[in-house]
Design a protein around this ligand. Structure first.
Ligand code: HMG
Length: 420
């Protein structure tokens, strides 16, 4: 029998500010409904230059350590999935190791494949634990990103930022993964990319949606065939294979994408039995299996590698008790592209783990800014200005000295930072 493996605990870090999408729509002269209904969003996180992916990742890991009280010596690897790295060679994982004083015996690296990097880290960690090579140790997987498009572009309302950190172990209190039951679909496509030296991504927006849906259909059908082979789909008359999943969570670049994705999954099921889609049934199924997972996504925007895990937080925040012992499906998509559909069973400790994340407090603690302030922040240089507010347990990039990136915050509580 395979060792149960998966997510034991989870944490979240968000920038301090957000922009309301209705404010953005009015400033751009477009109907607010295009963003709130057409794209399905409400707000997006706006990081300032001090809130880079290292500081967001370090803040999320510090919270994970505080939430779990895990002994640091037990951490055998730290993998950061990101597409907003701060250096061409030194990984974010090393910065986080140094900032948090994590053991020198652990493996550290970043995983990059657009929004898929966090899932790549999760799969590598789960395999390491299940193989026995971890020898009782645990892994931390962080998905940390700053999603940045140009001001005034079509991608602008789909920005966001944040980090999710996960403790991966043989005690999967939050989600026990169905190891080996996954479906992958990858291809060499230019749907979204960020050439070296550019701060903003380049994207072929409508084509990227096609690539996402194509990868989803391939990954889902492969997952379905493996899940059937393992007897995970006890199919009854009149129900589709995907309906055996209590929830289906998707990578969420914008909330409407999850609706398109869910319709594509149902279409794949219906094609297999030569049946036609019924719009009302698709809408009902979306409400039942997907909708609750989008509540936090709608507040923070696209968080690239972390988006799928923000959706997981959304679903568990609402229904962790009801989902206990039930199987959910997850689809991770990284442009370029690689899509993976996998599944897992919600654990007994999910509700308690979610309480410790404190999602409401993190959302409510943010400050709303207007479009002028958002545009000012977007125009700031990469090196942040001196910072003179208390950090309150967060990490912050404070500037480059001697060619090295410097960070402040974390241990020791509130601090005032002045770069000389
Ligand atoms: P756009 O061209 O400005 O928008 O860009 P649109 O004209 O396609 O309209 C969007 C929706 O709003 C449409 O709905 C309209 O009908 C509707 P749909 O037909 O799609 O269902 N609409 C309205 N609804 C209500 N009231 C109105 C109204 N007007 C229009 N008045 C696009 C949209 C997403 C392309 C753009 O924002 C973009 O380029 N975003 C970035 C790329 C992206 O998010 N791609 C998603 C798939 S790729 C992915 O997920 C990977 C990624 O996360 C990166 C990675 O992997 O690293 C991006």
């Amino acid at each position: 029998m395979t060792t149960p493996t998966g997510i034991e605990a989870i944490s979240l870090a968000l920038p301090r500010r957000y922009l309301d999408l209705e404010d953005l729509a009015r400033a751009r002269g477009i109907a607010p409904e295009k963003l709130t209904v057409g794209l399905g969003g409400r707000r997006m996180s706006v990081p300032d230059p001090g809130e880079d992916s290292v500081s967001l990742a370090a803040t999320a890991v510090a919270r994970l350590l505080a939430q779990t009280g895990i002994e640091r010596e037990r951490i055998g690897q730290l993998i950061v999935g990101t597409e907003s790295a701060v250096d061409h060679a030194k990984p974010i994982a090393s910065f986080v190791q140094g900032l948090l004083g994590l053991p020198h015996t652990m493996r550290t690296y970043d995983a990059q494949h657009a929004c898929y990097g966090g899932t790549a880290g999760l799969m590598a960690s789960a395999a390491w634990i299940a193989s026995g090579a971890a020898d009782g140790q645990v892994a931390i997987v962080v998905a940390a990103d700053v999603a940045r498009y140009g001001v005034g572009t079509a991608g602008e309302p789909t920005q966001g930022a944040g980090a999710v950190a996960m403790l991966v172990s043989a005690q999967p209190a939050v989600l026990a993964l169905d190891l080996g039951v996954c479906g992958v679909s990858s291809a060499d496509v230019h749907d979204f990319w960020r050439p070296l030296g550019r701060r903003e991504a380049l994207v072929d927006g409508h084509y990227s949606i096609e690539c996402y849906l194509e990868a989803l259909a391939g990954a889902y059908t492969r997952w379905r065939s493996r899940a059937r082979g393992r007897g995970l789909l006890a199919e009854g008359a009149g129900s589709l294979p995907s309906e055996h999943l209590a929830r289906v969570l998707y990578h969420v670049p914008f909330c409407k994408m999850a609706r398109k994705a869910h319709a594509r999954v149902r279409q794949a099921d219906l094609e297999a039995i030569d049946a036609a889609a019924n719009e009302a049934e698709t809408a009902l199924s979306f409400d039942r299996q997907v909708k609750s997972s989008l509540e936090v996504c709608a507040e923070v925007g696209n968080v690239y590698t972390a988006s799928l895990y923000v959706a997981l937080l959304g679903a568990l925040r609402r229904d962790a008790d009801a989902l206990r012992g039930r199987r959910i499906g997850l689809f991770s998509y990284g442009s370029g592209c690689c899509g993976e559909f996998f599944s897992g069973v919600v654990g007994d400790g999910a509700a308690e783990a979610l309480r410790k994340v404190g999602v409401e407090a993190l959302l409510e603690g943010r400050e709303r800014i207007d479009v002028a302030e958002y545009e000012r922040i977007m125009g700031l240089p990469v090196d942040p200005a001196p910072w003179e507010e208390p950090l309150e347990g967060r990490y912050r990039f404070v500037g480059v000295a001697d060619g090295r990136r410097r960070y402040a915050g974390g241990r020791g509580g509130p601090q005032i930072v002045r770069l000389s």
